[in-house]
Each structure stands twice: as structure tokens, then as C-alpha cells.
Unconditional design. Sequence first.
Lengths: 561, 493
Amino acid sequence: MTISSLPPGLILVFGALLLPVAGSLIRPLLVLALPLLTIWQVWHMPDGSSAALVIMGHDIIAVRVDALSRLFAIIFSLMAFAGGLFALNQKRTLELVAAFTYAGSAVGVAFAGDLITLFVFWEIMALGSTIVLLSADTPQASKAAMRYFVVHMFGGALMLTGIFLFVFDTGGVAFSAMKPDTAATALILAGVLVNAAAPPFSSWLGDAYPEASWSGTVFLSAFTTKAAVYVLIRGFPGTEILIFVGVFMIFYGITMALLENDMRRILAYSIVNQVGFMVTGIGIGTEMALNGAAAHAFAHIIYKALLLMSAGSVLYMTGKRKCTDLGGLFQSMPLTTLCGTIGALAISAFPWTSGFVSKSMINQAAANEHLALLWFCLMAASAGVFLHAGIKFPWFVFFQKDSGLRPKDPPWNMRLAMILFSAFCIGIGVWPEYLYALLPYAVDYEPYTDAHVLNAMQLLLFAGLAFFIMLPMMKRTLTISLDTDWFYRRLAPAIINRLATVIGNADQAIRQRFMGALNGVVNYVWQHHGPEGSMARTWTTGNMVLLVTIFLCVYLVFSFI
Amino acid sequence: MIAAHLPALQIAVPLIAAPICLLLRRENLSWAWATFISWVVFALAWVMLEKTLTGGAFNYELGGWEAPYGIEYRVDALNAFILLIVAAIGAVVMPYARASVAREIPEHKRGLFYTAYLLCLTGLLGITITGDAFNVFVFLEISSLSSYALIALGRDPKALTAAFQYLIMGTIGATFILIGIGLMYQMTGTLNMADLAKRLPAVEDTRPVLAAFAFFIVGVCLKLALFPLHLWLPNAYAYAPSVVTAFLAATATKVSIYVLYRFVFTIFGQSFSFDVIPLESILLVLSLAGIFAASIVAIFQTNVKRLLAYSSVAQIGYIMLGVALVSVAGLTASILHIFNHAIMKGALFLCMGAVYYQIGSVKIEDMNGIGKKMPFTMFAFVIAGLGLIGVPLTVGFISKWYLITAVLEKGWWPVAVLILLSSLLAVIYIWRVVEAAYFKAGDSDDVVVKEAPVSMLIPIYVLTGASVYFGIETSLPLGTAAEAAKQLMGIGG
């Protein structure tokens, strides 16, 4: 086993273990050096793969290098660097340790050449991200972390079952393109989709991510869903059902984000939306679409982290997270406002930003395949993205009414991290050829044609106009703390009020019935398995002996009939 | 010269060492002697396993008496492997025992403790090595009686009642086994296992043989704690001294499972055993019921040792599930899990012993924030716990992998799904401990709790390291288990 056959992700995973023992002087250096070392290592690894060891007769290919894995490994380690820089003044070292383990195992996923390695890193990611969540150390966060963990363990169990069956069917563990036409591959796909926040598991993301600390959310936004995107590109390109899954995610994300009031939850829902674009691209499955999905994942990690850094800075400086409590911050946080706006423009795919050069590839791929309906959906969704993430987030946080808050810009390291990623957003937008050179397939696409730019500008301007015309409506959603009551206050005008009540009552009854049944099960289990239950109680010796006698009789009866 | 008498030495050394241990009368001397003997026994077991793996099975006639008349020891891949497990756990636990025993057992009883331990070790090894059915019962009694005494040494007053209940249940189990052996003797006139296997087919349709089988199965299931005959186990493990729990949990039930393999497959023969009663279905249902019932009970436990004891009942379910498959793959998985579970459970109970050593309790609520105070112990607990869940790169994953492969080979899909679901239950009960240890603040920081002494940490890490090492390098346990499974099923070997 040579150095080059060791997964580069392990630099981060094991390096993270040094962080708690390093002194406060060395720790920042380590935080910055480890990701840089990883990037260097990734950059210099030659293409190819080799079996590192053999477990249970299967070749374990811990490192398989090609353009696609290198692309994802680079962005994951770059993200670890910027995230680490941003989080330097996070007092809880545990969060950084967990975040680096999480990032390192994401790099490990990107290089996994077999299903076992993939699964191992996959599970470490789940564990690491849960601990990142827990490190926020609030009751909400620990509850959210538990829910998050259960969902991901479930996804992991699906995937593992799939891998078992896959090995049983084919006798191999190699991880390459497959079709979800057997139970094995379908289960693996299902497991991956749980991590991609696909329906019906879209809600864990919006539930969990906003509960992390101001720096934790930045890490969380980058790895889990994008690792899933990587696995989908590698394992399931051109799987048609992914188009439908992706479109659902796109619109789910937009709808939920428009209804939301918590600034980081808006951005979390917009992750679902953006991953939806990537999943759709993978479903189309042409070289251009896959290139687009990969490029979009790359660009998305950067601008989404940038947006969450700006939100994190606001949270760090003000301690507030609801749009209704914020506003007018541009006066005292000019740099954060600028960087947040650049991120917002990038996510809206404004020309000369990174989002434009990546997302337009997916749109173009849909057009090339003559998927007209899909193309219209994607266009409409692009407008929707601009509404919720491109305007709503910066407008309500930095502009709008004056909330009276006058926080300063955050400390230097947080500013530097934001500036770095802003530069990337614009740099990729202006010189896309460098990103294109990293993509898995040769790129035959020119983003800056008159038609593309004009098209994008029109779309964005009209969406912008629509936002400000509808501003009063958007604002009214802010006056209420978001929950299910939104539905009956906003969506149910007087005419359908009665209908709503009927449905509501029925719904309530069903829910009560369901909760009742659930409670019944829990009670039943508790009664029999709880500390005083018949299963757990200490039996008297006489009863034990009686049980044994009964058993003997049963066996004897079986023997003689 | 000595090499030829290895099988006899394996038993004679600890048996003779036991009374000597009693005569030493000095605590440190007794401990040093018991540790030394454990290591000698381990070395003997290692040599014998090597010998069987290279040269095949061999017999040893005790005192030179010819086989059907005298007592014969027979060593093949299966029991050499079990011998190694028992001896290895003994060798790892003994260095740990000194500190732990000094904390948990009154001074005047410590010499007796080491004596009883050596007797128990002798009994367990004897059951495994012998090729004589009645001899199995004799050693079973030696190991059982000494383990009742060992359990009763526990600090908690409940240890006495737990030991008493185990005594009654264990005696019933042993008596049933004896009745089974007696009936077989009556019908065949022999007690030698190989001889029994030859003569039983001629009389296998007679009522005494059928009754013998029923008595034997119930008796041995009681000893190996197959659900729902496991009721003696949780309290016995929970209230015994830490060392005893770790040793017995890793070895005692495993040896009983070996007895089941031997009688069901070698003596009665697979065709008789699974035709006369629907043993396959009975074992399948009971092991699945055990896995779920015991895992769920474990989730609600507040005493971590009791929690782990219930988890043992669930793990025995996995082992017996492998038997219920009646295939080479199933038996391989079963034997493999005996080895893997011994390592993991040994490590977990040793961790709890270290916690008890420091805070005098193993209740979950007393363990809040202990992850910071005893970082090494709790890290080992987490690693071994991950093994119990079946996370890749640990032995638990290897077991699960082979068990599920074997189940799928039979085409029993729902069972495979149930196995995977049940490992989620393990996530929950291990998580409860981890949550208390790492994510809850300790109540009082004025009580200074330190890390356990090095003499306890090293054995803990030997087992924890083994649980990772054998999760990656599987050739030794897997090769041996596969070989043993083939011999049991009568294929090759």
C-alpha cells in the first residue's frame, strides 16, 4: 500500500483528531493547513485506481481517480478550507473536529471505487454531520439532530440492504453506473435519494440545518446533498425517474422558502431547490446535462456557503434569525451585505456569476433533448429561485425597513472567508473555462451568447418586478410566525373556509387516530418491554421453572406426533 | 513428548492450578498465579488450533484407555476454535482483574475468587474438548457450580438472589441434559460421542431417543439462554462482579452453544435433528423473537450492565438464527459471531467494569458527562458499541454480512430485512449510553473522577483493537469457522 492508494480524505479525518489536543496557537494553523494539504494531494493524484486491500474476498478500491471524483474532491476540500477559516472563532472545538471528519469523509465518498468504501464514508458523514448539529448545544438542535440521525440511519439501512443484495446478485462490489431495475440497485438509489433530500424525505434538511450554530450550517450545507449528487452522477446517470424527482424538489424548495421567515431556513429550503436542478440534470443524462449537474454542484457549494456565511455573520453579530426581526443592516454591515448580495445573484444565475455558467448548461441540455415541458418548468423555477433566494433573503435581511440594529461587520476571518467565496462566484462567472476544464466530459457550450444573456436578464428583471409588486403580500407572510396556521390564514379565503374546516376536522381526526395508534404501540411496547414489563421484570424462580416445564412438554409433544 | 499430551494438559493445568491457588493464601500471589495459568492455557489452545488447522482433527485417549471404554478427547477445527476463544478471553481478563477485584470483592474472599475462576475456566475448556457425552455433564457442573459462586460474590445484595436463580435454572438445565445423555446410554450402551453417532441411527425411532433429544434441546437452550429461557441471565450478568460478567458473557453461553452444535449435528445427526421436530422453525421463530424482544427491553434499561445483558440475549438470537438455517453458510456465520460477539461483549463489559471502578455505579443517570472524565474508557465503549451495531470495519459488520448472505442464500428475504431493522435497535440502546456520556453535563464536578488505571485500560484496548482488527483482517476467524461449519455439516474435512 503506497501513499497514493490512501484516501486523501483521511488527511482531514485524522487531522481533525489533532485539533482538540493542539494549543490555541497551533489550532488555527491546522484548521487552514489540513484542507490545503488535501487540495494539494487531490490535485496531484494521477488518474486510475488500485485495490488497496481485500476484505472478505472483495477488492476494496479506496481511491479511484478520474475527472469527476477529482472535481468533487476539490470542491469538498476547498469548502473545508473556507468553512474552517470562517469558523476560526467558534469556541466549540468539537464542532470543527466533527466538521472536518464530515468533510474528509465526503472527500472519501468522492474517491470511493467500491460500494463498501462508499458505505463506510457515507456513514461517517452521517455521524459527523449529526455531531456538527449537536454542537450547537441548544435543546432544539439536539432534538433536530436526533430526527436527522434517524432519517440518515434509515437511508443508510436502505443502502446497506441494497449493497448486500447487489453483492449477492452480482458477486462484486465495484461502484460504477447501474440501472435501478433490480431490488438491489433500487434500494441503493433509494438510500442515496434520502441523503439528496428527495421526496418524501425532503423535510429533514429544512428541519435540521437551520438549528446548527452560525458556523455549523455553513458546513452542513455543502456535503451531504452534494455527495449524494456525486453518487447519482456516477451511479445512476440517465435514470428517467430522477427528472420527476428533481422537478418536485425544485418546486418544493421554492414553495417552502417563500413561506418561510427564518433566514437560514429560507436558504436551507433553497438547497433542496438547487439540488433539484442537479438531480433533474442527472435524470436527463446526456453528457452536457451531467456536466451541468457537476458544474452546478461545484458552483452551488460556493454560493450557498457564501449566503449562509453572510446569514451566519448576521446571526453571530445580532443573535437574531427571523426576517421580521432584521432589516436595514446594510448601513452598518456593508461588506456582509455586498457578499450576501453577490451570493444571491449567483444563486439566481445572474450573468457573470457562477450560477449562470452552470445552471444554463442544464437548461440547454433539456432544450437539446427537446424536453419542452421540462424546459418551461426549469425556466419558471429559475424565476422562483430569484424570488426566494435572490431577492427575498437579501431584501428582508439587509434592506427593507430599518430594524434599528447597528451591528458591525464580523471579525476579519469571517470577512476574509466571504470575500474569498465572493471572488470565486464572480471569477467562475467571468472565466468559466477553468471550471469547464475540470468537468468529466469535454464541454461544447458557450454560456455568453446574446440569446442566453438576454433570456436570463429578461427573466430576472420580470421576476424582480413581480417581487416588488407583490411585496405587500410577501410582507404579510412575515407578520405571522410560520406554522400550519399560515394555511388557514392565508390560503383559505372566506368562500372555502367551511370546506377547509371540514377537511381540517377530518384531517385532525385522522391525525388523532394515527397519533393514538402510535401512542398505543409505544404504550404496549413500554408495558411489556419497559423496566416493569413482563419482558424485563425479574421473574420468580417458580415461574421460570414453570416456563421451562411448559417448553419441555411442547418439545415432547412435537417429538411424539 | 509434551506435544502429544497437549489435550490433557489443556484441562489438567488449570484443574491442578486451582487448589494450588487456594493454598497460596496471598491475594497478589493468587492473582499472579491465575494470570500465569490463564496465559499458559491460552498458549496451549493456540498451539492446538494451529495443529488442527494444519494437520486436521486428532484424538487423545486419557490414561491410555481405548476409545469407547475410556474417556477420549477429540480436537477438531470447531472445538479448537472455541477453546481458543475461551482461553483468550481468560488471558485478557485476568490482568484486568487485579484492580477490579480489589475494588469489588472483600479481601478475605479474593483468593477464593481466583480459585473459583480457575475451576470455571477448567469446566468451560473441559466441556469443549471432551469427546465423551457424560464427561460433558461433569465439566458442565464444574463450570456451573463455580460460576454460581463467582456471581454470588457481587457487591449488590441482589447478586445472591441472582446467583440462586441461576443455580436453580442451571441445575435444571444440566439435569435435563443428563437425562438426555442417560436415555441415550440406555439405548446404545455407549457414552463416547463418535460411538453414539454410529449407534444412534439404529434406534432413532424409539421413544427414549426421541425423549432424550427433547430433554437435551430444552436443557441446552436453557444453558445457552435462548429466548424465552433466558430469564436467569440478565440479573446474573448485571449483579455479578465486573470481571465475572465480562468473562462469563464472552464464554459461558458460547460453550453451551458449542454443546448444541456438537449434539445436534455430530451426535444426533442433521437428518434426525431437523426431521423429528420442526427444530428449524422453532429456532428461527425463537431467535427472531429473542432478537427483537431483548433488544427492545435493552432500550429501556437504566442499568448499563443489565442493558448489555439483554443485548447478549439478542446476540444469542443472531447466533442461533445461523443454526436455524441448517447450511454451511449459516453455521459459518453462527460460529463467526460466537468469536466476534465474545470480543465485543467482553470489551463492553470491561468498559463498564472500569466505570464501576471509578464511580461505583453503572446506572445511565450516574454516567452523565463521563465521556470527558474517562475519555479512553468511553472511546473504547463507543468503538465496541459500533461493532455491536454492525458498522463496517468492525467485527459486527462481518458477522452481519455473513449472516445476511446466508439468509439470502435460503431466499428468506423478510428475515434479512428483520436482521437489518434489528440493528437499528442496537443503535438506540448504544446511543443512550453515548448520549449520557458525551452530551449531558455531569451533576457535580467536585467529585473528582479520573480515568481508569492502565492495567484495566490495556485489556480493554486489546479487545477493542481486536474488534477492529478482525473487522478488516478476517482470515483467521472466517477460515476456521468455515472449516468447522463444513465438518459439522459433514462436507469435506
